[in-house]
Design a protein around this ligand. Structure first.
Ligand code: AGP
Length: 624
């Protein structure tokens, strides 16, 4: 949440900062701002709302200052108004600060600083930082680095900050505590950003700051220190991915492009994690997950923590692990787990799922699991696995091992292709566990592997045959205020995911229920104005799910069915059918989620909403 950028070099900073902020807008878009140093003074420009409002206010030709910082905000403390936009300054407007995170003790600091004569102009937590740095100068700090260092010692919370000062026009100071911050190294010019896409067009040489580290960027180089002031030697690394991956490539929205990239995500995961030449006669494992043996040894329990769409992938994962590998698996919202973790049980694998690798709650849940298992009997020691799309992210530094979801950069706030990558991770993990534990026959294993291999072309079939139809259907949702999604068994999480997608981008109230639960209350909501979207795929709960759908139809609901292509009865039961290719029930979530994504996308686009940047949301939720 919130994106920060910084630049020091020889080029005009403003355009570099704004282009960096464009790449970070997925992190928040309530307001934006930039500050530069012009002829010994700060020039700070801020605007409410999306970045184009800021862009319209900047006169790029007249300000050629070669140093600056920028920010795009997701409001935590204080309304999304211009006076709360970053950068924030001290009373004399000599220092400017941008921050990503939350300063938890800002109230006490603010009161203390007010008593010392500092004048506050915003409702934000961040504004204490420039005043605090200014106070550190008043108390004797003799360099910007020292003043910032003294100030960060007084801050509690999770934060990443970038600071410039009109009195130190040739340096940019950074600090990081539990919020991402990466430095970009060019020739005679240096960058910083919350995420690499903001700087990759200028340099591929990067140096991520670690927690508890600060940096001083000048035109001569980068110095990294701990908060305690010890110098740190760090070797930069080169990133290899291509910036073209973060363009829309002819699609109207990133979300549409990302939905269409899903066959490729599945193919990449198949190549990464499966020996494609494996046959049941082979004595070798078909899987290439490359997890340490300590993860598997005497494994008795699994617990999964995640948020939002990642939680839904984990719910499918629980089903797969229990069904295939027969290991009891618990799943909990990371935000609940962190304050009420279950009693410790031995030989437990904890899996944190997060596409961004930054979600504060998921990160905290995994960290808590790590720390509460320290100094215990070895069988209680932590085993931590992250399923993530960002192998350079914060969670990867906490866990023992990682499964990369190989989805590539996802820009749309609504997760689609990263969810697909997460599902793939759980297919391979559950099958790998089942194979090792002997809970699956070679014939069944071979059957599922064969099914996995045809999934990419089956997704393509849905995209090719259904998209136009779903686009037309979306018009019938023009006046819809509420919708219900139903699924049973392994497709219950897909009903939840369908409802979440619809809520977050089309602002239609939607709920997902296990089909069998409807009659215990939610069925009272149904009438002709409430459409029901039911997933009824052949398998062990098919008949039950059909009966539950019919119960909804009997209450006048308009009934949409996500059904198997071969289901000849479907057109009699449902008002509209959304067929997907016939598939093993266990693999069906990979296909049933596609019509859900297309529906929510087209309904939001038809309503003229901002599909990629829905209101109040951000791609990366780095606050509690
Ligand atoms: C998904 O469409 C949502 N935007 C959101 O629920 C998201 O899945 C959640 O915030 C978790 O994010 P993470 O995967 O980066 O941890």
């Amino acid at each position: 949440m919130c994106g920060i950028v910084g630049y020091i070099g020889t080029q005009p900073a403003q355009s570099i900062l704004v282009s960096g902020l464009e790449k970070l807008e997925y992190r928040g878009y309530d307001s934006a701002g930039v500050a530069t140093i012009v002829e010994g003074n700060l020039d700070c420009i801020r605007a409410k709302g999306k970045l184009h409002n800021l862009r319209d206010k900047i006169e790029f030709a007249t300000n050629r200052a070669p140093i600056g910082i920028g920010h795009t905000r997701w409001a935590t403390h204080g309304k999304p108004e211009e006076y709360n936009a970053h950068p924030h300054t001290d009373t004399q407007r000599r220092l400017a600060v941008v921050q990503n995170g939350i300063i938890e003790n800002y109230r006490e600091l603010r009161e203390e600083l007010k008593k010392q004569g500092h004048e506050f102009r915003s409702e934000t937590d961040t504004e204490v930082i420039p005043h605090l740095i200014c106070q550190c100068f008043a108390d004797g700090a003799d360099t910007l680095m020292v003043a910032v260092q003294q100030a960060v010692h007084k801050l509690s919370g999770a934060f990443a900050i970038a600071v410039i000062s009109a009195d130190y026009p040739d340096e940019l100071v950074l600090a990081r505590q539990q919020a991402p911050l990466v430095i970009g190294i060019g020739e005679g010019e240096y960058f910083c950003a919350s995420d690499t896409p903001a700087i990759v067009q200028y340099t591929r040489t990067i140096l991520p700051l670690e927690n508890g580290e600060m940096a001083r960027l000048t035109r001569d180089g980068v110095e990294v220190y701990t908060f305690a002031g010890e110098k740190v030697n760090r070797t930069p690394r080169t990133i290899t991915w291509n910036p073209i991956a973060v363009e829309k490539q002819g699609f109207r929205h990133f979300m549409a492009k990302e939905i269409y990239e899903q066959p490729a995500v599945v193919r990449t995961c198949l190549e990464a994690y499966l020996d494609l030449d494996w046959t049941p006669a082979s004595s070798k494992s078909p899987f290439k997950l490359d997890l340490p043996e300590s993860i598997y040894k005497d494994l008795e329990n699994i617990q999964i923590v995640a948020c939002g769409t990642s939680l839904h992938a984990g719910m499918v994962g629980k089903y797969l692990i229990e069904e295939l590998a027969q290991i009891p698996t618990a799943i909990q919202y990371a935000s609940e787990f962190r304050y009420s973790p279950p009693p410790l049980v031995p030989n437990t694998l904890t899996i944190g799922i997060t596409q961004s690798g930054e979600t504060a709650d998921t990160l905290a849940a995994v960290e808590i699991e790590k720390s509460r298992r320290q100094n215990k009997d070895p069988k209680y020691h932590s085993r931590l696995l992250a399923v993530t799309n960002r192998t350079d992210s914060a969670i990867t530094r906490v866990v023992d091992c990682v499964i990369d979801t190989h989805a590539g950069m996802e820009i749309g706030v609504a997760a689609t292709k990263t969810f697909m990558g997460q599902l793939m991770a759980f297919y391979f993990l559950s099958l790998d566990l089942a194979h090792r534990r002997g809970t699956i026959t070679p014939a069944r294993l071979s059957e599922i592997i064969t099914g996995l291999k045809v999934l990419p072309s089956q997704i393509e079939v849905i995209l090719e045959t259904q998209e136009k139809y779903i686009e037309e259907l979306s018009h019938s949702f023009l006046d819809t205020h509420d919708a219900i999604f139903l699924g049973r068994g392994i497709n219950f999480p897909i009903a939840l995911e369908g409802a979440l997608k619809l809520k977050e981008i089309s602002y239609i109230h939607a709920e997902g229920y296990p089909s069998g639960e409807m009659k215990h209350g939610p069925i009272a909501l149904l009438d002709a104005k409430v459409p029901v979207i039911a997933i009824t795929m052949p398998g062990k709960v098919y008949e039950k799910a059909i009966s539950n759908a019919q119960e909804a139809k009997a209450r006048d609901s308009h009934l949409y069915g996500v059904v198997a292509a071969s289901d000849k009865d479907a057109t009699e039961i449902f008002d509209k059918v959304l067929p997907v290719p016939d598939v093993d029930e266990l693999l069906s979530p990979v296909l049933t989620v596609i019509p859900m994504q297309l529906m929510s996308y087209h309904i939001a686009a038809m309503r003229g909403l901002d599909v990629d940047q829905p209101r109040n949301l951000a791609k990366s939720v780095t606050v509690e």
